[in-house]
Design a protein around this ligand. Sequence first.
Ligand code: HEM
Length: 529
Amino acid sequence: MANIAQQFMLELTAPRSWMLLLLPLLLLLVRCWFRAKRARGIRQQQDDHLPPSPPALPVLGHLHLVGSLPHVSLRSLARKHGYDLMLLRLGAMPVVVVSSPSAAEAVLRTHDHVLASRPYSLVADVVMYGISDIGSAPYGDYWRRARKLVTTHLLTVKRVQSLRHAREEEVSRVIAQIGEAAGVGAAVDVSHLLGSFANDLACRAVMGKSSSRNEGPSKLFRQLIVDTSPLLGGFNVEEFFPFLARFGVLSKVVRAKSERLRRRWDELLEQLIDDHERQYDAAAAASDQKGEDDDFIHVLLSVRQEYSLTRENIKAILLDVFFAGVDTAASVLEYTVVELMQRPRVMRKLQAEVRSIVPKGQEIVSEADLNLNGMAYLRAVIKESLRLRNVTPLLAPHLSTASCSVDGFVIPAGVRVLVNAWAIGRDARSWGEDAEEFVPERFLDGGSAADVGFKGNDFQFLPFGSGRRQCPGMNFGMAAVEVMLANLVHRFDWEMPAGKEAGDIDMSEEFGLVVHRKEKLLLVPKLRG
Ligand code: HEM
C-alpha cells in the first residue's frame, strides 16, 4: 500500500504527470479566452455602430451633464465632442440626441415611420385619459385616427380662418386693457396679458363664444394649465433608475398628484360637454347642418361615431388644444416683444410696416389688413423669433419602434430621440456668423434664408417639427401670433419702466413642456402720437 502511495507521489512529482494534469486545464482556459474574445468582438462591433457617447459615470451615466436647460447643455456637449448624433445614458435610459439638419432629416423624414412614437408617461396616462390625446399617444391606429380627425376637422385652414372674428375680438380686449394703462401712464404685465389672450382664444375655439363669455371656465382652464404643465413636462426619476420602481414610492406620489389634477380637469370638461350635448341635440333636431364656425366640442360630438370616439377620447383631444396651443403661442409672442424692445431699429421698421397698411383712425389691425398686404417684415420678425427663441427646443420626445441607421450609426428600437431644434436653429454652419443675432432681414427677399420656411421641409429650421408628428396647430398658432403682434406695435410705442433699460430685461428661462422666461415682462405702453 505504502509502495503504491509512494509510486503515486513519484508519478505526480514527475514532469510528465504535471503535463498530463495541466493539459485539460489549459485547453479549458484557451477555449474560455477564445469565447470571451469573440463576445467582446461582437459587442465592439455593435458599439461601433451605435452613435458615439461622451465619457459617462457609473450608474448616473450622463445624467449629471444635463442641466436645468437641457437644450443648452446638450448643445455644449455635442459641440465639445463634435457629435451631431450622440448616444447618452441618463441613468439606465438610453437617449439619442440629434444636432444637425442632416441627422434631423434622417430622423423626421427618412425614418419617420420607425421614429414617430412617443415614450410612455405615467402623468399622461392619468391626466390624458389613458394617453388618448394626440401629443403623447404612441404611434398606431388610435393616434392615426385622432390625428386625422384634428387635421381634417379641427385645425384646418378653413376652420382657423373661421376663428378670425374670435381672434380679432380677443385682440381688441387686450388692446383696450393696454389702452387704459397707457391713458394713466401705468406699466402693464405683458406676460400675463399674452398668456390670458392665448388661453381665452383656446377657450373660444373649444367651447364657443357663449360658454367662454363667462370668465369662470377661462380662468379655471388657465389655472389648471399652470398647475399641470410642470408635472407633464417633468421627468420621472424612476424612468432613469428602474430599480427605484420596485419600491414604487415615487410613482405613487406622481400618480396621486396626477389623479387630483385629472379630477379637476374632468369636472370642468364634463360640464362643458354636457352643455354642448344638450345644445347639439337641440340643433340636430332642427337641422343636421355642420357649420364651419362650430366650436371644437360641437365638431368632436358631430364626428364621434365616424371616428369611434369615446367620451374620454374627446376630453383628451380637447386637452391637447390647451397643453399644446396656449403656452406655445404666448411664449413666442413674449420673446418676440423682448427682442423688439432690445432692438429699437427692428421695432421702428416693424411699426412703420404695420402702420403703413392701416388706414388712419382705425384702432385695430384686422386679419384682412394683414392678408391684403404681404407683411413681409412682420412675418420675417416672427420667423426670426421662432428660430432664435425656439419655445419647444427639443420638440417632443420621439421613440424608435424598430432599429434604423442614421448618419452611419444604428439607433436601436426602444430608444428616445431628442432633436435639438434650438441648437440646429442657432448653428453657424447653417445660419452664418450672425447665427446668434436677431436679424429678421435674413428671411426677406435677397436675404440668406429668404427661401427657408417653417413647414418642415427645411431641416435647419424646425420650430414646429416635421414629418408625421409635426405640429398640427401651426396655422392656428401663427394666426394668433401675427394678429396680436401687429396690434401691439400698431397702436402703441413701448418703453421700459422708469429706471430700467431694455438691456436689463432678465432673459433667464425655465424648461418644461414649453420654454418661457422666468420673470414677468413689465412694459409701459404709450399711445402712438
Ligand atoms: C406657435 C405656436 C406653436 C408651436 C411653436 C408649436 C410647436 C410644436 C412642436 C415643436 C411639436 C412637436 C413636434 C414633434 O414632436 O416632432 C408640436 C406638437 C403638437 N402641437 Fe404644436 N405648436 C404650436 C401651436 C399649437 C397649437 C395652437 C395647437 C393646437 C391648437 C398645437 C397642437 C399640437 C399637437 C396636438 C401636437 C402633437 C402632434 C403629434 O404628436 O402628433 N400646437 N407643436
